[in-house]
Design a protein around this ligand. Structure first.
Ligand code: R5P
Length: 267
């Protein structure tokens, strides 16, 4: 692996732990003004100091992130569909590689839709992106997207999709946590991070999800709604960090969350 690509990966996966807490705030590319992201700048600013990377679109980056911010950017470069359209799977590449380089990003992210009628186009978009990423030393994160079919989130399907992404050259795979998650990780030769998915009932549930994922081999989280839709997002991201980087139990991290939410003014 080339030095530049390795260096960028080590900006995302902290060398001290080999893990990462990525903050996903790219949802607007197909969901529009999602709860918690109506004002992207207001959401991102207090959370960025606690994130190992920000995953977002180029529009979000240019409009809502201070260029002086010292946090690696993972740029969402796929899209072209919406939550009100006929299918979420019909994505294409939305950003030229010239603009990727101009934006000085640390990695690029693209969704693949394995098992859909758009499987081939999204997988070939991934391979084109890997070719460009390898040429310029920029890692590619593949998201094993399920669109509106959340029931697809089982180890058999996610294991298949993660392995295909890695075989096609993705340097990082983002998927969902599931029962038998360790099998997904064991069969994937590149680091796996998990999405949080829709907001869970409580912060403790989300912390349990993060704990279970890293305990079963995830290299971290790329979490969005379960952080920024919390009533106390700054306390929440710190509690997630405690699990991912310090090995805290969900209960200990939740106790920290309760303590921090009293001290911080982030409701
Ligand atoms: C979906 O593909 C988007 O990339 C989101 O960023 C992703 O689902 C992670 O966010 P959440 O934790 O809210 O699921």
């Amino acid at each position: 692996m080339d030095w530049g690509l390795q260096n960028r990966l080590s900006r995302i996966f902290k060398p001290a732990t080999g893990r990462t807490v990525m903050l996903a705030v790219d949802h607007g590319y197909f969901m529009g003004p999602t709860t918690g992201l109506k004002n992207l700048r207001e959401t991102i600013s207090p959370l960025a100091p606690y994130a190992d990377s920000l995953m977002l679109t180029r529009g979000g980056l240019r409009t809502s992130v201070d260029p002086a911010v010292d946090v690696p950017i993972v740029l969402r470069v796929s899209g072209g569909t919406s939550i009100v359209g006929p299918t979420l799977a019909d994505e294409g590449v939305t950003v030229s590689f010239e603009d990727v380089i101009r934006l000085n990003v640390t990695a690029v992210a693209l969704s693949i839709f394995v098992g859909t009628e758009h499987e081939r186009q999204t997988l070939l978009s991934l391979t084109d992106l890997v070719d460009e990423g390898e040429a310029y030393g920029i890692p590619v994160l593949a998201v094993t997207a399920v669109g509106k079919e959340l029931a697809k989130r089982d180890a058999r399907y996610l294991g298949l999709a993660c392995r295909i992404a890695a075989e096609l050259g993705a340097h990082i795979v983002k998927t969902y946590y599931c029962e038998d998650f360790e099998k997904v990780v064991e069969n994937c030769p590149v680091p796996v991070v998990i999405a949080g998915g829709p907001k869970l009932d409580s912060e403790l549930d989300a912390l349990r999800l993060a704990y279970d994922a890293v305990s079963r081999g995830a290299a971290g989280v790329d979490m969005g709604r379960n952080i920024f839709q919390s009533d106390h997002p700054v306390a929440m991201i710190q509690a997630v960090r405690n699990i991912v980087h310090e090995g805290a139990t969900p209960e200990a991290a939740h106790a920290e969350f309760l303590e921090l939410k009293e001290k911080t003014d982030d409701a």
